[in-house]
Write a protein that binds this ligand. Sequence first.
Ligand code: SAH
Ligand code: SF4
Length: 348
Amino acid sequence: MIVLLGKTEEEMIEFAKELGEAPFRGKQLYQAIYGRRVLEFSQMTEFSRALRQKLGEIACVTLTEIEKVFYSSDGTRRYLLKLRDGREAEAVFMPEDRRDTICLSCQVGCAVGCKFCMTAQLGVKRNMTAGEIISQVIIVLNEVHGVGAQPPHGTNLVFMGMGESFLNYVEVLKSIRIMAEEKGLGISVKRVTVSTSGIVPRIYDLAKESVRPHLAISLCATTEEQRTDLMPINRKYSLEELIKACRAYPLGDRERLTFEYVMLDDINDSDEDARRLVKLLDGIRAKVNLIPHNPAPELPYAASPMERILSFQKVLVDKNVAAFIRRPRGQDISAACGQLAARHQAQG
Ligand code: SAH
Ligand code: SF4
């Protein structure tokens, strides 16, 4: 079965030619799939019944299916999706006043093993393809707004679901390039954020790309020892090397690097940690997102009390480091940061 989602317009044209059809049929397919988000050939009425049937026999748009949608009282929606091999992935839709955000997965599970993250407990099962990554966006937009309907607000994409984007670099960047094509989904790279736990060589690679999404680094600690303890990837790529790569990263005119910092009670949340963070980021055009830890019975940490987070934030802000406290979203449906682990069975 040929899966069309994930193909560029040129690849769709090639596909049409291979079918013995005129090249413009490929353009029409591209327009239907990315421009109107149509996932069924039966709904592509620009094609004759014979062509729709022929397409249906050898191809499909996507094999990703919705298994279950969880609705939070704050408007967040979590999508449990079934991929072509039966593996599960998750995406999260978060409505906001001026824009909506979709949080995407890029791997089934994750190999990085951060101690505060539920996804880590799955290990990594496999990478997702560019088509599977894009299928999350199309499925979510269709479920929220209806097939083909223009979302009333802009859509931001963040690669902060399951998986480490930079351990699936090629497919993640391919998906971003396809989604940015104006004739198709038209989601500009300026609205896309890729988050990494610190796969240093890929930071240097991203720096060389002509089309670059926004980059976020999950820092979460301020000493080598503390970071190695929380994020074992630090053994391979040390904090020192990571910060060096961040310093070398080319930023656009008004661009800043985002640093994510999960606030763990009595572990990394002291004023002293905050002061070390200020020093580490010295000279980097940075913005810090303080993420209240989302606890789970399987995880060994507690969330920092809000007064602690506020005090930590004050140390940063007093030293002119922009610092924001992330509002947890969809906690009642386990959709918040670090909670994605396809746990639907446990929840019934
Ligand atoms: N693998 C990438 C992106 C997915 S994780 C990365 O690690 O950056 C997205 C964000 O969720 C990261 O900043 C991570 O530090 C944070 N996170 C993980 N587990 C969390 C938890 N239990 N509570 C709050 N944030 C968490
Ligand atoms: Fe993987 Fe990110 Fe979770 Fe770490 S925080 S285990 S890198 S998904």
